[in-house]
Ligand binder design. Structure first.
Ligand code: CTP
Length: 436
């Protein structure tokens, strides 16, 4: 028989929280063959709000239970239009809460206690309306009251129409929630139930599970927030052309994953990369260097920041909003403006500077000499130098050969897979932060 965190058997727990005999029968289905998994002993308060993506919530509960977590579902009234309490109760083997003014529930477990009884509060799907309530501290139903009363970490999985996600009000609310320490998984790009395409679709249950596991993982970087930039930037020339570089985003992606594996909360700011972003973290997609700087500043404060992105040094002084046409007057003349140096800006920011700032140096000649000078010029703590000459096959390839340069040391590592470089660098970052 499985024991709950407080030492009760599930049957004892069920009889204490039971709302109906029917639910009690469903709870008697045991999953003792699941064994110990990553979320064993963890309790998730799962708030389900009213969006079509709520149809994915049963699968999320199934995955959470399989990973060993206990799940307490809370439904808003609108959520009940999309998914039934009985379905969630059966899968969670728990009572489902839904009404702030249910006196029976209050007598059994007050809403304040309910909000504090979990290791993590997950809002999936999170509608634009619920995000707006959260950002403004409204508490007019059980779900929003729990979110205002809780002192445990909160993860939201937004789900809404693309225009609602892109609306200035939602962008403001998301920025406010991030500043308040709320973590995000998604939304993803994709076809939406409303027939449109774009960002707003709720992340898949497996991705939400990965984010939850990352947030609850024990490891040397638990409790640390680390910012990682990755990929190239694209600088538009006109609506159909842009300046880019050959960065695939592989090294930055591997590094973000390795840091999350050590328990860090990672914010991953990525340009348009070839490799898909890692699961289980807050991914902020950007296009240009100016966007990337904005996303980095919005993601601070952080304990450490690693700048693996290959940022374009130049953008068009003024990108044309119409396609440039061939002209009889000869070649077009492109005028450039210098992009902000994101690494140097963060390294030199004074108050609020992350405790450890790590840059990358992409060089094709005099690698160590140039990278050493670059570290000093930009004033980051470490710089990871690599030779990106075409002959090395590093840019766009799966291996890397790096030299880790600090103020008083330069350590060359043998050529190895980018995943191995990432794990080694993540371990060094963990050791460095451990001393701070
Ligand atoms: N970087 C940045 N913002 C920029 C340019 C670079 O944050 N506008 C960061 C990169 O993410 C990397 C480091 O600075 O961590 C060095 O990037 P690199 O391309 O090697 O150097 P540059 O600054 O572009 O200098 P140069 O072109 O002279 O080599």
């Amino acid at each position: 028989m499985r024991l709950l965190r407080n030492g009760q058997t599930r049957a004892q727990h069920s009889s204490r929280h039971s709302g109906s005999s029917r639910a009690r029968i469903l709870w008697s289905v045991k999953h003792s063959d699941w064994g110990t998994t990553m979320l064993s002993g963890k309790r998730i308060l799962l708030i389900v709000t009213g969006g079509i993506a709520a149809f994915k919530t049963p699968e999320l509960i199934r995955l959470l239970r399989k990973s060993g977590a206990a799940v307490t579902p809370v439904l808003t009234r609108a959520a009940e239009e999309f998914v039934t309490p009985l379905t969630l109760s059966a899968l969670a083997e728990e009572k489902v809460y839904s009404d702030l003014f249910d006196l029976t529930d209050e007598a059994e477990m007050g809403h304040i206690q309910l909000s504090r009884s979990a290791d993590l509060v997950v809002v999936a799907p999170a509608t634009a309306d619920m995000m707006a309530k959260m950002a403004n501290g409204l508490a007019d139903d059980l779900a929003s009251t729990l979110l205002l009363a809780t002192d445990t970490p909160v993860l939201v999985a937004p789900a809404m129409n693309v225009r609602m996600w892109q609306h200035a009000a939602t962008a403001r609310n998301a920025a406010q929630l991030r500043a308040d320490g709320v973590q995000f998984v998604g939304p993803a790009d994709g076809d939406m139930a409303c027939g449109e395409y774009g960002p707003g679709r709720m992340s898949e249950p497996s991705e939400i599970l990965a984010a939850i596991e990352a947030m609850l993982a024990d490891g040397p970087l638990k409790g640390r927030h680390i910012l990682v930039t990755s990929g190239p930037t694209h600088e538009p020339i006109d609506p159909v052309r842009y300046i880019a570089n050959r960065s695939s985003g592989a090294q930055g992606t591997a590094l973000a994953r390795a840091l999350a594996d050590l328990g860090a909360r990672v914010t991953f700011v990525t340009g348009p990369a070839d490799v898909p972003p890692p699961e289980g973290m807050d991914v902020v997609p950007v296009t240009t260097a100016v966007d990337m700087l904005g996303a980095v500043q919005a993601a601070l404060p952080a304990d450490a920041a690693v700048f693996a992105a290959a940022v374009a040094d130049w953008r068009m002084a003024s990108a044309s909003d119409q396609k440039l046409k061939k002209s009889k007057d000869g070649q077009p003349v492109l005028e450039f403006a210098e992009n902000p140096d994101i690494l140097a800006t963060v390294s030199q920011m004074g108050a609020g500077r992350p405790g450890l700032v790590v840059g990358f140096a992409a060089e094709t000649n005099d690698v160590i000499e140039n990278a050493t000078a670059k570290r000093a010029r930009k004033q980051c703590d470490w710089i990871v130098a690599n030779d990106v000459s075409p002959a090395t096959g590093i840019m766009g390839g799966s291996e890397n050969a790096v030299t880790l340069i600090s103020a008083d040391d330069a350590e060359s590592w043998p050529r190895m897979g980018k995943d191995d470089v990432a794990r080694r660098l993540a371990a060094r970052i963990a050791a460095e932060l451990d001393g701070k």
